[in-house]
Design a binder for this molecule. Sequence first.
Ligand code: SF4
Ligand code: SF4
Length: 284
Amino acid sequence: MRSLTVVSGKGGTGKTLFSTNLAWLFHQKGVATQLLDVDAEEPNASLFVQFIPIRTQPVEKLIPHIDESLCDRCGLCMKECQFSAITIAPKKMAVLAPLCHGCGLCARLCPQKAITELPKTIGNIRLGKTQEGFSFGEGILNIGEPSAVPVIRQLKNLAPKDAQIRILDAPPGASCSVVESLSGSDSALLVTEPTPFGLHDLRAAIAVVSEMKIPFKVVINRFDAGSSEYVEKIRHLDAEVIATLPFDRKIASVYAEGKLVVKELPKYLPVFERIIEAIGRGFA
Ligand code: SF4
Ligand code: SF4
């Protein structure tokens, strides 16, 4: 199975538009396809495909619990926690669950063995298929939880591995969640828009995929007559633009209705065909 992660430096750039349309088109071509929405803080790919959930599984994080009768208030756990999730005072101690990332370090370090870890549900994953017939999964992080990484990891692990292509719709930005989404990917598709902000965020996304040594290509969304200079600017970032999708109100309206561009506006089919051809060449 080959995997392609669709990334953008910021939200609202068109990541889900490309992920869902590419998944549908791969499936139409007879390629066994899987689409995973790993944007667990705001999953929305299911709005564009008719998702039929078959299996739901909670995602748990281990939260430390301190046994006050064993703790001698040495403060080591508080000092070493990178997320300031533990407070130890002479008369009071607390684990701030919303800040805790469940890394387990405090329990391993405690000299008195006063810390045990208790599971807490932080989200869910849902696996199934679409009405069109391809495999689909999504991660949903509970509100207030600090990190989607465990949800993304579990979704990637539990999703069936029998597809020929797995497309991951990543969270926006360049955070740990994006790194976890990209981890193990064969290639990445970076979605940007022809604006100074778009270019700025694209730089951050390129830095992440380059650091992870993942081959990537760029697509520009909302391209218009004045956007050509951006192709040149992106080339100077050592990146290749393989397709552009024009700025067109009809695309925005199709997207707003939860429909697929490749189905509703066939004149844009060649844009997605070009991307699929490039994926087939392995982004080499
Ligand atoms: S490391 Fe253990 S003994 Fe020390 S303050 Fe933390 S819980 Fe208490
Ligand atoms: S599990 Fe990790 S993040 Fe949570 S309190 Fe312990 S050291 Fe801090």
